[in-house]
Design a protein around this ligand. Structure first.
Ligand code: PRP
Length: 184
């Protein structure tokens, strides 16, 4: 079972639920007359996004974009390739970008630039987790669930080698798991 690879639980399901309710209420107030386009950045955002929109009883549309960030070691490099684009035009729309984590900030900075170029009316960034100490570009999330320390976190959408996204909480991965992979 995947739980045996987790060293400790960092954010429980209940704490995640509290964040989702709080952010859902906040966003519902601010976007109630704006018919926002809620954009999930695949794949990590899926669990958070599907929970969040069910706490936003306002008119909205949803869409998804899949980007691949090129990594240099453990950091995204700022080169972002679109794997799957939105199906919806963003011109004149109020966008709410949903992420599982903001780390260096490079991916979201690139996405914001792209949607500004495509003439979105407004762009807000919502993330369930924020690692501010890892930031290397000037990118601030507008709505944050929780700030987390610089640890190897997985679960609730976040992966390690594409696994652990289905854990219902955020956990810290045991060092032995990624050391094992390096040795393999
Ligand atoms: C993760 C995360 C963000 C990005 C954050 O995506 O979902 O999109 O990295 O990193 P940054 O702030 O350093 O740019 P990843 O490329 O791992 O894809 P995934 O969502 O499919 O897990």
């Amino acid at each position: 079972m995947i739980e045996q690879d987790i060293a400790k639980v960092l954010v429980t399901r209940e704490e995640l639920e509290e964040c989702v309710v709080r952010l859902g209420n906040q966003l519902s107030k601010e976007y109630k007359d704006k018919n926002p386009l809620v954009v999930g950045v695949l794949r990590g955002s899926v669990m958070f996004m599907t929970d969040l929109v069910r706490h936003m009883p306002i008119p909205m549309e949803i869409d998804f974009i899949d980007v691949s960030s090129y990594y240099e070691g453990t950091e995204s490099s700022g080169h972002v390739k679109i794997i799957k684009d939105l199906d919806t035009s963003v011109e004149g729309r109020h966008l709410i970008l949903i992420e599982d984590i903001v780390d260096t900030g490079r991916t979201l900075l690139k996405l914001k630039e792209l949607f500004e170029y495509r003439k979105a009316e407004s762009i807000a960034v919502v993330t369930i987790l924020d690692k501010p100490e890892r930031r290397v570009v000037d990118l601030k999330a507008d709505y944050v669930g929780l700030e987390v320390p610089n640890e190897f976190v997985v679960g609730y959408g976040l992966d390690y080698a594409q696994k652990y996204r289905n854990l219902p909480y955020i956990g810290v991965l045991k060092e032995s798991v990624y050391q094992r992979e390096i040795l393999d």
